[in-house]
Design a protein around this ligand. Structure first.
Ligand code: ATP
Ligand code: MG
Length: 430
């Protein structure tokens, strides 16, 4: 029989790898909570038109990457990103009526039917955040600064922060005209896809990874040249606030990003090393002031970002192995005497339960294995203490506590051992 395998581009995260995920997710939740963000959880499945309308019909994500299907009478799509669903929830629950500014964060799986390679998968995980109700630019700078702090929390410090502004709808319309005027005479030099997109969505040519397009866009007009009035003031404000916060960044006028909903502030954080195949973009974000109204809500400005978990993990290179438990309880009964062996195992189970209730991560080895085998298991679990419960100890109402690192051993009254170990290990879990 053929073995059944995971779907191509979708990965298992096994328990042996989970510590790094927990570390990054926890650091993220902590950092965002410090800045007044609360977690939102939206469904993995949404109505297909949600993404078509917000991300834009002529984008890679909508044209090529969505897992869309018809189920009974519904057109559904596995979410390719988190912003559209968050904005939908914000409008659906009329959150704008109850709070002037909402700060949300999320983490979870996203789905895109891309060609799988290292750092690029079909089910991948993002951490992200949205701020609704604040037009910026102060909060734009604050969001970028919060993100940089989070990266530093997880040891990702060798990064490049790129910012740009796409202006509002008018600036964008003017820029599209300038782009069409620039590319039309060299239409033949563009990739087939860009030729097609020249009339529908010329901005996408700037985002294309095709070598032909990269060559053809040499000398193309840049958006920052057509910014004026409030758009220009917004962009200057962003830069001034980033300077005030001491964030090191670079203005990259060629930064456009792959989704249609962005306006004004746009940013990206790149890692120092290219993660094979996937480039080195760790995180992307920007302002999407039109989306809430587009989804039937009032005119509410918004900004957000998303960072790829897998790429963050590759960049942060989790170091120390985390212990699975701190204490191993070994039951060493007398095999020749089933009644006392049962009593010894029972005492070990009860001690394990008491330690857990006191907040100590504990494993109880009830296999009836030799001391040598039990020590091997304790090592594999990363435990630093082993407690031995045997016939004699049970009779004397004591246990043997072995410090596995110091290779010392002491006899401790059963009534004191839980408090003693709780003082050392309590709260080590999570
Ligand atoms: P790229 O240019 O690498 O395709 P993108 O512009 O499509 O990225 P966004 O939609 O802005 O990316 O998503 C934000 C982040 O999510 C990316 O910077 C990346 O870290 C991560 N990401 C996006 N697509 C994938 C994927 N298929 N697999 C793993 N991570 C991804
Ligand atoms: Mg992409």
């Amino acid at each position: 029989m053929n073995p059944i395998r995971a779907v191509k581009g979708m990965n298992d995260v096994l328990p042996a790898e989970i510590a790094g995920w927990h570390r990054v997710e926890r650091a993220y939740g902590r950092r965002m909570a410090l800045a007044g963000f609360r977690e939102v959880r939206t469904p993995y499945l949404e109505a297909t038109p949600l993404f078509v309308r917000t991300i834009g019909e002529v984008t890679d994500v909508v044209e090529k990457e969505m897992y869309s299907f018809r189920h009974r009478d519904d057109d559904l799509t596995l979410r390719p990103e988190g912003t559209a669903g968050a904005a939908r929830a914000y409008v659906e629950h009329k959150v704008h009526d109850t709070e002037p500014v909402s700060r949300w964060y999320y983490s979870g799986p996203m789905f895109r039917a891309e060609r799988p390679q290292k750092g690029r998968y079909r089910q991948f995980y993002q951490v992200g955040a949205e701020i609704f109700g604040d037009p910026g630019p102060a909060c734009d700078a604050e969001l970028i600064d919060t993100l940089v702090s989070f990266f530093s929390d997880i040891g990702v410090t060798d990064t490049d922060v790129l910012v740009n502004s796409l202006g509002g709808p008018e600036a964008r319309a003017r820029y599209k005209e300038a782009l069409v005027a620039f590319f039309e005479p060299k239409r033949a030099e563009l990739s087939d896809e860009s030729q097609r997109r020249l009339s529908t969505n010329p901005l996408r040519i700037l985002d294309s990874k095709s070598p032909k397009d990269i060559a053809a866009r040499e000398g193309a007009p840049v958006i920052t040249d057509v910014l004026e009035g409030e758009d220009l003031a917004h962009f200057n404000g962003l830069k001034a606030h980033l300077d005030a916060l001491g964030v090191r960044y670079r203005v990259d006028p060629s930064l456009v990003r792959g989704l249609d909903y962005y306006q004004r502030t746009l940013f990206e954080i790149k890692g120092a090393d290219a993660i094979l195949g996937a480039g080195n973009t760790l995180c992307g974000g920007g302002r999407y002031d039109g989306m809430v109204a587009e989804l039937g809500g009032p005119k509410v400005p918004a900004i957000g970002f998303a960072a790829g978990m897998e790429r963050l993990l590759l960049a942060s290179q989790a170091t120390e192995a985390t212990p699975v438990v701190d204490v191993c309880v070994a039951a060493l009964g007398d095999k020749a005497n089933p009644a006392t062996e049962l009593a010894v195992t029972g005492a070990a189970l009860a001690l394990g339960r008491d330690l857990r209730n006191a907040g100590v991560r504990t494993d109880v080895d009830g296999r009836g294995a030799s001391l040598k085998a039990q020590l091997r298991r304790a090592n594999a679990l990363g435990a630093s203490t082993m407690i031995i419960v045997g016939d004699r100890e049970l009779a004397d109402n004591v246990v043997e506590v072995k410090d596995l690192a110091a290779r010392t051993q002491e006899r401790v009254p059963r009534g004191l051992v839980v408090a003693k170990l709780a003082a050392v290990f309590e709260g080590k879990a999570r």
